[in-house]
Design a protein around this ligand. Structure first.
Ligand code: SIN
Length: 279
């Protein structure tokens, strides 16, 4: 069976069929990496992906990057658990973000597998940062091309953690918060695979423009965060048992919807190492 890639018809995303995810050959892996650079996020339905197949799928696409801030699965430390318990009011990843932008070489992508879903809700929304950049005026594009921005893990996992209930914080981090130093990236990057320009700031991790104060940066960043979440650039994915999504962190944002209070949701995530990014 050949690979079939069917765009969603929205600004980003495509449904892929005709593949067994744990058993990709090199040609299929290359096709998926290219499709990811084009569509930003790929969705798969009706997959049988036990943890071993999840890991094999990740390794066929690149090197695994273990996230320092998530609880690892007990048997498979390469897999991060994105878990919401019935008592939680906080959902991991509920603000728009792109994974690991606080690293020198931000993650290439993340692969999320649905393990336990709520009876309703719990979708993930994605937004295209190609589309967000393309829709800006020429004047704004020129201004942004001259800027670099600071990205910080402390902003989300330090300041943000203070809002999390203590028991949950202790369970997840065991009082060790592995913050790295802040990093600086161009505000407009060239996507490493497609070469297309991308708006590269995000609400969770970008704190200010290089050489600007936080207060000076806030109005323009706020505009870009609002702009990037415009509904025209987004696609909302509804999970079903057997669903898998892989997104490219260099050209998309995502957010987990916090709309299933009192229920459990468990997802397994593997993140793939990326390369340094440039204008
Ligand atoms: C994440 O931000 O990686 C989690 C997304 C989700 O749980 O839908």
């Amino acid at each position: 069976m050949g690979i079939d890639i069917e765009p969603t018809g929205a600004a980003l995303g495509a449904f892929v069929s005709g593949l067994e995810l744990g058993k990709l050959d090199a040609d299929a892996s290359d096709t998926l990496i290219e499709a990811l650079g084009e569509h930003g996020v790929l969705f798969f339905r009706d997959q049988d992906v036990p943890p071993e197949a999840h890991i094999a799928f990740a390794e066929s696409l690149g090197e695994i990057d273990v996230n320092a801030f998530f609880s690892p699965n007990e048997m498979y430390p390469q897999i991060a658990e994105v878990r919401t318990r019935p008592e939680n009011t906080y959902v991991i990843g509920e603000a728009w973000h792109t994974d690991h932008s606080y690293e020198e070489a931000p993650a290439l992508g993340s692969i999320l597998v649905a393990r336990q879903l709520p009876s309703r809700g719990g979708d993930t929304a994605f937004s295209s940062m190609y589309a967000a950049y393309d829709a800006l005026s020429d004047g704004m594009k020129e201004t942004l091309r001259g800027l670099r921005a600071v990205h910080s893990s402390y902003e989300a996992f330090g300041v943000g953690l203070s809002k999390m209930p203590e028991a949950e914080r202790t369970e997840r981090f065991k009082d060790e918060y592995p913050f790295g130093p802040d990093v600086v990236h161009p505000v407009v990057i060239s996507h490493p695979v497609s070469g297309r320009p991308v708006l590269y700031v995000n609400r969770s991790f970008t704190t200010r423009f290089e050489g600007w104060t936080e207060r000076e940066s806030r109005p323009l960043l706020e505009y870009l965060f609002e702009h990037g979440s415009s509904v025209e650039f987004t696609y909302r994915f509804s999970w079903e048992p057997g669903s898998v999504a892989i997104w490219d962190n260099r050209c998309t944002w995502h957010k987990a919807l916090n709309d299933y209070r009192g229920e459990t949701r468990l997802m397994h995530r593997i993140t793939l190492k990326g390369c340094p990014i440039a204008a």
